[in-house]
Design a protein around this ligand. Structure first.
Ligand code: GLN
Length: 476
């Protein structure tokens, strides 16, 4: 099939002119899924169904009636509800659970004539940075199968990279879209908190959770965001703001003022090639006429502890609903109601999730709440304010996405806590609720992708995407 593209926008005109049919596209993507099952990217592939749906969409395209995403093939992280399909959030505790409704994101994608190909593997309830805490097994990185694809949305990143779908919808609570995007050499967007409805997305930490987008290009990200963003009667935290037409503004960058967080580059744990490539990226921006300043950000060291105190607290309450009565798995060894709760949760959750529920319950307990949870809330406000202060003077904040490139599978088996360090640079935007994007920024000596992260101001995704598109063009 000549002229086939794995990013969607170039394919759109081929589909419109019927040079390529949706069926041919699907066939090839399904073939890639079949050939690369060892990556463990999907937990469920809806192969028959997508072929049927593609026939309908193809007819619509033929008649010139196709929606804005007609023929785009999308994978959903196993945290995003798709009506009448399984939803397990990478956990044993949701075994046999079938979602009775669509997430708002899913509904909007389908209304735009996107085609959903399957659900993708992830860390249990989004808790992890390597997709190794996954009930369905570790996701491997398509670039080097001895390494992880990142997490928690590892399957979603691996699937786009391995050309199994054009775009994936992941979730990002503290970096779960941006970090795997960086590890797999993709664009990964986490919009502002409240930009996309969370209705139908399995909750991890409700005041941090956002849906996010994986794609090969910024343009594909923009095309999807303009379809799925916006207010929603089912989620009051989805902000009532107009959704700009992101794709139309992409090609008109201005001269911007950019702040690089100096402390992120002087950190001893930063892989030297990432530092070099970040500085190289900043140099390219200077040459393109933008102002780049190195800015000191004193609160950087508090971001990670603040994040982990608050998300665990929120997770411990969110996950209390999984009691063996309402959803999915129920222990068969229980004889009393109390045993149903205890045994179901003991058997249904794996180690990392249990650890976090315990930590979260601890920081919320009467004796600890003031010193941990309340204090972390206060620090969160300080971080938000300090970030906002920088964004009063600058259009964007730039920093690396990760401290290292994709690490080997099992690297943190003996010290899982130290994996939390790998979230050091992504949690900042999450704590503040700001929009952030990770873009490919070259490779290290082992040919592993490096990501650069751009953080924008609240609800300024249009400007962020325009700048990201500009960066994408100058870095190549
Ligand atoms: N690695 C982070 C955590 O485990 C981020 C996860 C996410 O964004 N879902 O909390």
């Amino acid at each position: 099939m000549a002229g086939y593209h794995y990013s969607f926008n170039p394919l759109r005109s081929l589909l419109a002119s019927q040079k390529v049919t949706s069926m041919e596209v699907i066939k090839q993507l399904l073939q890639h899924i079949k050939e690369q099952q060892d990556l463990n990217a999907f937990v469920n592939v809806y192969d028959q169904e997508i072929v049927e749906n593609a026939a309908v969409v193809n007819q619509k395209i033929k008649e010139g009636m196709g929606g804005p995403l007609a023929g785009m093939v999308i994978g959903l992280k196993d945290m995003v509800a798709y009506k009448d399909h399984p939803l397990q959030a990478g956990s044993k505790i949701l075994t046999n659970y079938i979602s009775p409704f669509h997430a708002t994101v899913t509904e909007r994608l389908l209304a735009a004539d996107a085609l959903i190909i399957g659900h993708q593997n992830c860390d249990e309830f989004g808790m992890g940075s390597s997709s190794e805490n996954a009930y369905f097994g570790t996701v491997l990185n398509p670039i080097d199968k001895t390494r992880v694809a990142g997490g928690s949305s590892g399957g979603s990143a691996a699937a786009v990279k391995a050309k199994m779908c054009h775009v994936s919808i992941g979730t990002d609570t503290g970096g779960s879209v941006r970090q795997p995007a960086a590890f797999c050499g993709l664009v990964g967007l986490k919009p502002s908190y409240g930009r996309i409805s969370r209705h139908g997305i399995v909750a991890y930490a409700s005041s941090f959770d956002t849906a996010g987008i994986f794609a090969h290009t910024v343009e594909d990200c923009a095309s999807v965001l303009e379809v799925i963003a916006g207010p929603d009667a089912f989620d009051d935290t989805a902000v009532c703001r107009e959704v700009p037409h992101y794709t139309s503004g992409l090609y008109h960058p201005e001269r911007y003022k950019v702040a690089c967080l100096a402390g992120t580059l002087s950190n001893g744990g930063l892989q030297p090639e990432i530092k070099e490539r970040t500085l190289g990226g900043l140099e390219l921006l200077k040459q393109a006429g933008h102002q780049v300043d190195h800015v000191h950000f004193e609160l950087l060291k508090y971001a990670l502890p603040t994040y982990y105190i608050l998300v665990n607290a929120e997770a411990s309450t969110n996950l209390s609903r999984f009691d063996g009565i309402r959803y999915g798995y129920r222990s068969s060894h229980a004889t009393t109601l109390e045993e149903v709760y205890i045994k179901t949760r003991t058997e249904g959750f794996a180690k990392e999730v249990k650890k976090r529920i315990m930590l979260g319950s601890f920081v919320l307990s009467a004796s600890q709440c003031e010193t941990h949870y309340i204090k972390a809330l206060k620090v969160r406000n300080l971080i938000k304010k300090a970030m906002q202060d920088i964004l009063k003077d600058y259009d964007f904040i730039i920093l690396p996405t990760t401290t290292t490139t994709a690490f080997k599978v099992n690297s943190f088996a003996n010290n899982p806590l130290s994996m939390y360090w790998s979230d050091l640079y992504t949690v900042l935007a999450s704590v503040a609720g700001l929009p952030a994007i990770s873009l490919p920024n070259g490779v290290d000596q082992k040919n592993l992708p490096i990501g650069i992260q751009i953080i924008g101001n609240y609800f300024e995704e249009a400007k962020l995407l325009t700048f990201a598109k500009h960066f994408e063009s100058i870095v190549q």
